[in-house]
Design a protein. Structure first.
Length: 236
């Protein structure tokens, strides 16, 4: 987004890592990047973060929801606390951000909301039952919000990454390997085996899609969830 000329605010819990990321983005793009530490599971912190973003940037035209990670686990191994934490972070966090930012977007008759979700919402896995359920809710949330906002030219889309080479993917592979009783290398190879292109994706391949969806070039795309998984999902 910064490379495309967008002034950016980034929000996460770890203030030190956030500051470092913002400085790196600004250095590499010559764009302004404002770090705002906040925990999206806390509504009061989220409200303050959105207010701080507005104070720093002015009217906010683009919201990219990309919060947190739901742990692996089967139903018998997943207590209520894990369910509630996952729901509160990802589903409720995305909803709260959209609830705060879409009304002024709609008043200005222009806006973009992109929800980073995950293909487990429509390809559920037994050893990722919480994440599958939360992501399925977000798929529906995205479509419903898109229908509500469309008359005011606020476009809402979802992006479902498949196997993407990131530190998060490494942790998913480790958890999956433990569940299946095999090595991390075997678990990674099995995942790659489901990808038609035969490799992991890159973070840049995801971010490029998000930047496109936020641009005027995507002005006729809303109310859809797009898989970015190298052909791993095959549905009509």
């Amino acid at each position: 987004m910064a490379q495309e000329g967008v002034t950016v605010a980034i929000i996460a819990r770890d203030a030190a890592r956030l500051e470092a990321a913002a400085a790196e983005i600004a250095r590499e793009t010559n764009a302004r990047c404002v770090p705002i530490p906040a925990d999206l599971t806390d509504p009061a912190q989220l409200d303050r973060a959105m207010a701080a973003a507005g104070a720093a940037l002015g009217p906010i035209d683009i919201l990219v929801n990309n919060a947190g990670a739901t742990p692996m686990g089967r139903i018998g191994d997943t207590p209520d606390e894990v369910w509630m934490k996952s729901i509160n972070l990802k589903l409720m966090g995305y909803m709260r951000c959209a609830r705060l930012l879409t009304p002024p977007m709609r008043a200005r008759k222009w806006g973009r909301v992109v929800n980073i979700i995950g293909r487990s919402g429509h390809q559920p896995r037994p050893n990722y039952i919480t994440g599958s359920a939360v992501n399925a809710s977000l798929l529906s949330f995205t479509l419903a919000l898109a229908a509500e906002c469309a008359p005011d030219n606020v476009l809402v889309t979802g992006v479902n990454p498949g196997p993407i080479a990131t530190p998060r993917w490494d942790s998913v592979v480790a958890q999956g390997a433990a569940d299946m009783g095999r090595s991390a290398a075997a678990e990674n190879a099995a995942a790659i085996g489901t990808v038609a292109l035969g490799r992991l994706g890159t973070a840049e391949e995801c971010s490029g899609l998000v930047a496109f969806l936020c641009s005027d070039r995507a002005g006729f795309i809303t109310g859809t969830n797009i898989d970015i998984d190298g052909g791993g999902t095959r549905c009509i």
